[in-house]
Design a protein around this ligand. Structure first.
Ligand code: PAF
Length: 279
């Protein structure tokens, strides 16, 4: 497995790679969620590339860029064991050299939920993902449904900018108690870790109600909020939203179109996000 630090070398290597080429973009601190992406990408493609880059431009000034877990050596071992051909792990100045001044500003799909709670977040995500696509020119790129709005944003920029890459979404990987796997889970104290599955229980409450025939978004949200409120370690709830699963537009009632129920909540100081799709 080759580990590459520069855009020029990565571009050259990917251009010479066998096709199809699969790309798994990550910020490292890999867990089973990421490995489910690399496993699928390995099975689907002749060549497999992954990137590890904690992208500074998708973090707000008061967010956890500094404390985001970084475990490069371990990540490289895991990726090698998955049969990854090449890992792109550039320093920030390689992606954002002096004078860098072009940004991708996604529209309405990025306005609510994470976009509202984290201004500028999706501008950073969209820009770095477009750059990674430009550098590697993959045939397929793999993302986890856990970041449901991120996937919708990436699909939208891929369509709108005619980026020649097939976006593959893989299901959320959960711990046995339902907690969605996330690099940020490493920052939970043991007590907070015990409380954290409340987020998925809240989503399941909304989903169960939907299964009984309830279609009113307000009532589905209320069911989820009631579960979150029952857990004292939930410090705050950024949102409980019911949105169209493609456009991320809020809906008043779930129709025949797939809808997504999404939650962002803080357990202690750790911000957790998760979602379920009602289909
Ligand atoms: O989901 C992530 O890890 C990041 O947002 C991504 C897609 C790698 C862009 O930095």
């Amino acid at each position: 497995m080759k580990v590459i630090k520069t855009c020029a070398e990565m571009s050259a290597l990917c251009q010479a790679a066998e096709r199809p080429l699969g790309l798994v973009p990550t910020m490292g601190a890999l867990h089973e969620g990421h490995l489910s992406l690399t496993r699928q990408a390995r099975a689907d493609n002749a060549a497999l590339a992954a990137s590890i880059f904690v992208n500074p431009t998708q973090f707000g000034p008061h967010e956890d860029f500094g404390s985001y877990p970084r475990r490069l050596e371990r990540d490289l071992e895991l990726l090698a064991a998955q049969g990854t051909d090449v890992v792109f792990a550039p320093p920030p100045e390689e992606i954002y050299p002096a004078g860098f001044d072009t940004w991708i500003e996604p529209g309405a799909v990025a306005e609510g939920m994470e976009g509202a709670a984290r201004p500028g977040h999706f501008r950073g995500v969209a820009t770095v993902v477009a750059k990674l696509f430009g550098i590697t020119r993959p045939n397929r790129a793999y993302f986890g449904q856990k970041d449901g709005q991120q996937v919708a944003v990436i699909r939208k920029i891929t369509t709108d900018l005619n980026l020649a890459v097939n976006i593959i979404t893989m299901p959320t990987i959960r711990e046995p108690d339902g907690l969605a796997q996330s690099s940020r889970n490493a920052n939970l104290t043991p007590e907070q870790r015990t409380a954290a599955p409340v987020v998925y229980r809240a989503l399941r409450a909304a989903e169960s109600l939907w299964h009984t025939g309830e279609r009113d978004a307000g009532r589905l949200q209320a069911a989820a909020r009631a579960v979150l409120q029952s857990e004292p370690l939930v410090e705050s709830v950024d949102y409980v939203s019911v949105v169209d699963a493609d456009t991320m537009a809020a809906v008043d009632a779930v129709s025949n179109q797939p809808a997504m129920v999404a939650i962002a909540a803080r357990v202690g100081s750790v911000r957790l996000i998760d979602n379920v799709v009602l289909v």
